[in-house]
Each structure stands twice: as C-alpha cells, then as structure tokens.
Design a protein around this ligand. Structure first.
Ligand code: ZN
Length: 317
C-alpha cells in the first residue's frame, strides 16, 4: 500500500505517521468513541502539528480529546506529550506510575537523549520536550481502566522493555496498544509468511524474563489484533508472540556469547555484527528478499539500540 500519513483502521481508530526520521518508522493513534477521543502514543514534539491537523481535518474540536496516552516515556512515544497537552485543553495525561515524574519534569529525558544524539541531532529528531502540569497527570496502575464515552480501555503493567511501560487493552476491537513490549514489525518486511517481528531491547531497562512474561500476559488476553508503535495494526498476534518470546532468549544467548569472546572495549561493535547476522538471517528465513543495504537501512538503528540495551544489561545484570 502506498504511504499514508493518516491511515483509517476499523473500530474508530486512525493510524498516524509520526514523521520521525523516515516514513513507517513510528506511529501513533487517534481513537474516536461517541463524541470523545484519545491520542495513544504521541510521537515526538515534531509530531504535534501532524496530530492537530488530523483533528482539524476530521472536524474534531481540540477540547474533545479526553486522554493523551503514551505507553512509556521513551521520546518516540511520549516526546509530543507536553506540546499536545498545551493544545488540548480538556485532556488528561494517562501514564505509568514510573513515568509520571518524567512528564512533569522532562529534564532527565532531554539530557539522556541529548547525551546519546548530541544537541543538533536531538533537535532534529525530537524537537523539544515540554513539561506537563502535574494537575493534569493521572497515573494508571495495573488493572485500572477508563471510559472513552462508553468504550473501556484497560491498562496492564508490562515491564521488560522498560519499567515505565504499560499496554492498553481495547475490548471493543479485541486489540492491544503494545508500545514496544510486543516488539517491532516494519510493514516493508512483511512477506507471504506474514509480518516479521523482532524484540526491542533499547537501553537502559531491558529485563529479559520480565519481557517474556509481559508478552505472554498480552497473549493470554487473546487479542485479535495489536497496534504497534513500530509499526501499524497487525492481525492475529498469537503466532507472532510465539516467535517473539524465543527471540528474547536468542538475544540473551547471543549477548552472553559475544561478551565471553570479546574484549569489553569491543563489545558494542561485536554485538552489532552478531545481532546483524542474527536478524538478517531471521529475515531471510522469513522470505525477505531486500538487499543487505536495504535491510541495513531498515534495521540498522534498531540493531544499534538493541545492542546498547544488551550491553547495558550485561554490565548491570
Ligand atoms: Zn521504547
């Protein structure tokens, strides 16, 4: 399907491309129910005008947005929260208990991303991160739910990718907004075997056992579809989850083996080589026929981040 900035999905949901780095890398979602709306995931601060333009296109008043719901506070999911909350006067921010303070005072998030990318690249990718007034923040505990008009949304604590991560179950569509817990699946890697899924182990809170437990917990809800931030709605997630869980073990085995055979100074580079071989091999098994160079363009950033997360985990586990 040709690229669409706004892509309508069933059950009153619209997928929005966040325009981060390149097309079809990161998505956020508009959910409509009765005369109320929610924004699930926000993209970056640069995504805010894209979301507001969709509301205008649909004739939705900014005051009709009741909730802004990032699954966790990594900036590709929550970087737009502050700017959105300014533009949406009736909205409450729903956030994981461990994420709330970073939304009220984003200085640590900003400093962390600036340290990784440098000031110029930070501004290019993320724009800015704006604080949210504490009075507009509501913490969602495991098992909590809210109503959007008469539509229930249920929140599940899902550590493993990050300790500040929840997933949002939507009983109406039997769908789950999985953030990064259920891994990544880029549409361009989908073959006749279905979507190509891989775990994401971004630093600094990767916890393999917790991640596997969280994925299984999502599968136990028997969802018929999941809404990935990276990227798109995917149907029939059961077999994907069954592929994803052993891949977490594969990552861990790969990381331990590379660490045992390499000098600590060479760890990151050696991990990236091994992770590249592993993921490209998996993609080939899955029937992906893109060239090495094209695969590198699509997975290169994730390979780097995954290895940074694994290296951090190895050093702190
Ligand atoms: Zn993340």
């Amino acid at each position: 399907m040709p690229f669409q900035e706004y892509h309508p999905l069933p059950f009153g949901i619209t997928r929005i491309d966040t325009a981060m780095v390149h097309e079809e890398l990161a998505a956020c979602y508009l959910m409509e129910a009765g005369d109320e709306c929610a924004i699930i995931e926000t993209g970056t601060h640069n995504t805010v005008p894209i979301i507001l333009a969709l509301l205008e296109q649909k004739g939705i008043a900014p005051s009709a947005v009741k909730y802004v719901i990032p699954t966790h506070v990594h900036l590709d999911h929550a970087g737009g929260v502050g700017g959105l909350m300014q533009a949406l006067p009736g909205a409450t921010l729903l956030i994981h208990p461990r994420g709330a303070r970073h939304m009220i005072d984003p200085s640590k998030l900003k400093a962390g991303a600036t340290a990784v990318y440098g000031e110029a690249k930070f501004v290019e990718i993320y724009g800015d991160v704006i604080p949210v007034d504490e009075g507009r923040v509501r913490v969602m505990q495991d098992g909590d739910s809210v109503l959007l008009a008469d539509r229930e949304l249920r929140f599940y604590d899902t550590p493993g990718h990050a300790r500040h991560h929840f997933c949002v179950y939507d009983p109406l569509s039997k769908g789950i907004f999985t953030g990064d817990t259920f891994g990544l699946s880029y549409p361009v890697l989908t073959t006749d075997k279905g979507p190509f899924i891989l775990p994401t182990t971004t630093p600094v809170q990767f916890e393999p056992e917790a991640l596997k437990t969280s994925i299984q917990r999502l599968l136990d809800l028997q969802p018929e579809r999941i809404y990935l931030a990276h990227y798109d709605m995917v149907e029939n997630p059961q077999p994907l989850g069954e592929r994803l869980i052993p891949m977490v073990d594969d990552y861990v085995a790969l990381a331990k083996q590379v660490a045992a055979n390499n000098d600590p100074d060479d760890l990151q580079e050696a991990l990236e080589v091994a992770m590249g071989e592993y993921l490209f091999g998996k993609a080939r098994e899955h029937g992906v026929t893109l060239s090495e160079a094209e695969l590198g363009k699509i997975l290169g950033m994730d390979i780097r981040l995954n290895c940074q997360g694994l290296a951090f985990w190895l050093q702190h586990a």
